[in-house]
Design a protein around this ligand. Structure first.
Ligand SMILES: C[S@@+](CC[C@H](N)C(=O)[O-])C[C@H]1O[C@@H](n2cnc3c(N)ncnc32)[C@H](O)[C@@H]1O
Length: 253
């Protein structure tokens, strides 16, 4: 690969990928790590000549890990770590109630589930059977979901992608962002969520949040005030459905 007239060896990129893909970064898709490496090298192309030096590698690996940690937010805080396997806590009756609010207006024939985790494995707990498209950064989940879809002849597919880097999102009747927003936010407010919500080419979106604190106690105020403010500002309507575990905002654009 040529970057600003300098040749970057594929072998060197692979070596960096292997060194980054350890610990909590193990399950991040290689292509996402590669993109991050190239981005970083483009920022400082003169390191290409020194890329085999240990001190240079250590520095760039640290920088890339920080970028992945912040930008992708995969395990970026205790909260997302705790709610990572959240699917098993979910009461699907409540989610179905949220879905029914939409079905009362229009049949849902296609769903996009962003940052889906293992939620698609509960496909048969849903009271709809749409075409089901999933995006998830965790490769192992994606593999598991695709196997499950194939074994059960479900019309669906999971992609291993960082949703924050997708240039175009597919059309669908409904988008699900279940317990996702806390994982993609940075400390700098809700701009990332707003950009994503705006980009979604669907009239209906269900966004959910946990209603328990990290220690498992019910939240005093489970509603997210910023969502209300954002919806009012953007002129989107919403209804709330909730239970002891999760609060769902059923948004109509
Ligand atoms: C708290 S879990 C919720 C999983 C699922 N939506 C549910 O509620 O059952 C958040 C999920 O979002 C995924 N995720 C976080 N940031 C992502 C990103 N930028 N692109 C794709 N997936 C992401 C994580 O890997 C994790 O599986």
């Amino acid at each position: 690969m040529i970057i600003y007239n300098k040749k970057l060896n594929e072998k060197n990129i692979q070596e960096l990928i292997e060194k980054i893909k350890t610990g909590k970064y193990t399950e991040i898709n290689e292509s996402i790590i590669k993109k991050e490496i190239i981005k970083e090298i483009k920022n400082q192309p003169n390191i290409i000549d020194k890329i085999t030096q240990k001190s240079v590698q250590t520095k760039i690996i640290k920088k890339i890990k920080t970028n992945l940690y912040r930008g992708i937010g995969i395990f970026n805080n205790q909260k997302s770590l705790k709610t990572h396997l959240s699917t098993k806590d979910r009461n699907y009756n409540t989610l179905n109630k949220a879905i029914n609010l939409i079905e009362n207006h229009t049949p849902i024939q296609s769903v996009v589930d962003l940052g889906c985790g293992l939620n698609p494995l509960s496909f048969f707990k849903l009271n709809i059977q749409p075409e089901y498209i999933c995006y998830e950064i965790n490769e192992k989940y994606v593999q598991k979901i695709n196997e499950f879809f194939n074994e059960n002849n479900i019309k669906g597919i999971a992609y291993s992608k960082d949703i924050l880097t997708l240039s175009k999102l597919p059309n669908a009747d409904l988008y699900l962002l279940l317990k996702l927003v806390d994982s993609i936010e940075t400390k700098k407010g809700h701009k990332i969520s707003e950009t994503l919500i705006n980009k979604i080419p669907s009239k209906y979106i269900i966004i959910s949040f946990p209603t328990k604190t990290i220690s498992g106690r019910p939240m005093n105020v489970p509603e997210r005030r910023w969502i209300k403010l954002m919806m009012d500002r953007l002129g989107y309507k919403y209804e709330i459905i909730s239970d002891d575990n999760e609060i769902y905002y059923v948004i109509t654009k």
